[in-house]
Every structure is written in C-alpha cells, then in structure tokens.
Design a protein around this ligand. Structure first.
Ligand SMILES: Cc1ncc(COP(=O)(O)O)c(C=O)c1O
Length: 367
C-alpha cells in the first residue's frame, strides 16, 4: 500500500546536543506516520507528514480514552560507524504488534506495510538519529480505538501511527546494577489476561507498584505470577534472567509474560557464546536462596530500552539479597557488549535477518 509523503518546508533538526540530560522519550522528531481504519474501508489514507498536519481531530469521547483499547510497540534505530542506520529485528516488533491487536480485539495491520512505514519514516528523519555512545532513535508504533461513542463495544475505527524519539543511554550516569523489590501485593498479569500484549492498561495498572518500590529506594519491582504469587515473572517492564555458572535461566513464557525480543535474542545468542540457556518456572523462594548462597552468580533484566540492566540486589520482606556483591558480573557484561555491538553494527549478527541496514544520505542540513 502506498504512503503519501507530505513535503515539509522547514527541514531543521533540533536534536539535543546532550541527550543524557533529556528525559527518556520526551523529545520527538517532527514527522509521523499515520493510517486510519474504518470497518467499511479497511486501512487507508497512509501518510507521513508533520504531526500538526496529519493528526486528525480526536474528541474526548473517543473510545481509547474510556476503555483503553490501545496497543503499542517499542524498538530502536541505531547509528552505525559508517553513518547508516540499523533496525534491530523490527519484523518481530511488527508481528508482536499484530498479536497484541488480536488479543485486544483491534485491527491487525499488513506486516510488510507496517515494516515499510517504519523504514520510510526513519529514513526521512535520519538526521534525528544521534551518534553518541548508547544513544538511539526510539520508535513507537501505536494503535488506538477512535469510536465516537461511549458504549462498551469493540471500536469500528482505529488510528495506527508511528512516532520517533531520540533517546540517550538508559543509565545516563553509567551501567550500574539496580535494586529490585519483590512485589508483595500487586500482580502485573494473569494467565488468560493481557500480559502477553503490549497494551496501555498493563502499564497503567503497574504504576502504583513502581511508585511504592521507588519510595523504598528500589528501581523497580519483580513481578510474581498472578495465580499463586510464587513464581518469578518479570522485572518492571523488562524480562529477567539469572546466571547459574555457565547457564542462563529465565522464566518460561507462562501466558502472562511479555514475549520480549531482547529475551529471545539472549536465548539465541548465549549458546553461540558458550553458555547454556534454560526457560523454566522459577520459584521465588528458591531464587532468593540461590542468590543468598551465591549459586545465582548474576542477574539482569532485559528489554529494548536498556538492552541489559544488571541487578545488584533483590528486596523481599525487609531483607536484601545481594547479587554478586552488587557488582556487574562477566556474563552480564559480555552479553551486553555483544548484543549492543550487533545493534550498533560493530559486530555481525549471528542471524542475518536480525539487522536491516537503512542507507541514508549524508547531508549538510542545518541542525
Ligand atoms: C512488560 C514488558 N516486558 C518485557 C519487555 C521487553 O521486551 P523487548 O525486549 O521486546 O523490548 C517490555 C518492553 O517492551 C515490556 O514492556
């Protein structure tokens, strides 16, 4: 399907010099991609243009504001040493977007069209991709329900759009282990619920736990399963891994865990680096004992925003369980370096379809 590309008169790029000082995801490029869905027309009117020119009027009654029929994705474009850009496994994000759409009774989009929309928009906005270490262009595909009625019904109209945000490193003051509080009360997701979908409500429901963890001095929470509250599931909005000797263990996908693309990349990459991988049901009590006696040598969270985030301690019932003396271990470090080298084009990916290179013109447009 063709995308109409609006011309933009003022092509200036206002990429902040120091993204370290900018709040994650608070600066946006000027263009966006948008297409509309109506039951009688299907997806139509695909366009790339300035936000103000293409964003349609959306009233306060639009159903997304009431019943949260909303899905999104998060992926990044990385600046390569040769100046071109890398997209990392973007087709996997496109496929997960459609799985989320199906779960939320929304509209699937054509995979090829969606991937091309991302590629075309990023290429047009290529000068917004920063090149300092650890920086990237964050890509946020979204779909929202726009039914103009407040009855509780599946919407018959939707918007699908993509916006872009240049971002700094996840840890602006350096790659440091974080403290994670085992969440005693709230649950992120249940089997049969929406935990496998990237939908706004999951995140809305988790904010209070994050707030309480921060009050206690922790970075985020460790989510337990929704049925029994006994098994480890995720860390904040990331998947979680534990290093036992040469084996990397992560919770098996239970029906309430998001199928993280970084998690999957680690499962595929680690064996190539000489590690074994295991997906299993991890009882919290056993995990804490293993941390305490050092059987778990390292632990880390993983997701697109941070790639890999080392965990230095777990808090549970007023006790702290310190991992690897609160320092970053060699396995975490090696996985982080290898994965980020692949993303930034410093190393060849073990699977060629992980990287799509976007060739961009070197231009001397005014910043
Ligand atoms: C709840 C949750 N779990 C895990 C992840 C990690 O997924 P990915 O590696 O695809 O970014 C994310 C981020 O997308 C998330 O929101």
């Amino acid at each position: 399907m063709g995308i109409r590309i609006n011309s933009v008169e003022d092509e200036r790029v206002h990429l902040p010099d120091n993204l370290n000082a900018v709040k994650f995801g608070s600066v946006f490029t000027r263009r966006m991609y948008l297409q509309q869905y109506m039951a009688e027309k299907g997806w139509h009117a695909a366009v790339i243009g300035l936000w103000a020119d293409v964003w349609p009027q959306l009233g306060p009654e639009a159903s997304v504001f009431h019943y949260g029929q909303e899905i999104f994705e998060g992926l990044k474009a990385y600046r390569r040493p040769d100046g071109n850009l890398n997209l990392f496994r973007h087709y996997d994000n496109v496929r997960r977007f459609n799985r989320s759409a199906e779960r939320m009774a929304m509209q699937e989009v054509n995979e090829q069209d969606h991937a091309e929309a991302i590629e075309t928009l990023v290429k047009l906005e290529h000068e917004w991709v920063p090149n300092q270490p650890g920086t990237a262009l964050y890509i946020r595909p979204t779909q929202i329900a726009t039914e103009t009625a407040i009855g509780v019904v599946e919407s018959s109209s939707y918007l699908h759009y993509v916006i872009l945000s240049p971002v700094g490193p996840y840890f602006p003051s350096g790659f440091k282990p974080m403290g994670i509080l085992v969440e005693p009360k709230y649950r992120r997701a249940v089997v049969g619920g929406t935990g496998e979908a990237k939908t706004g409500g999951n995140y809305a429901a988790s904010m209070i736990a994050g707030r309480e963890a921060k009050k206690k001095g922790f970075f985020q929470v460790l989510w337990l399963d929704g049925q029994e509250g006994k098994y480890v599931e995720e860390a904040g909005a990331m998947n979680v891994c534990f290093v036992y000797g040469k084996t990397i263990v992560t919770p098996a996908l239970s029906g309430s865990i998001l199928h993280g693309i970084t998690r999957d990349s680690i499962l595929k990459l680690a064996p190539q680096l000489g590690y074994e991988v295991e997906e299993s049901k991890i009882p919290l009590e056993r995990m804490l004992v293993d941390v305490e006696n050092g059987t778990i040598a390292e632990s880390f969270a993983c997701g697109t925003a941070a790639t890999i985030a080392p965990i230095g301690k777990f808090g549970y019932k007023d006790k702290e369980y310190v991992v690897n003396n609160g320092t970053i271990g060699p396995v975490t470090h090696r996985l982080y370096t290898t994965l980020t080298n692949i993303q930034y084009g410093l190393e060849q990916p073990p699977f060629p379809d992980w990287i799509k290179v976007l060739e961009v013109e070197k231009s001397n447009r005014k910043k």
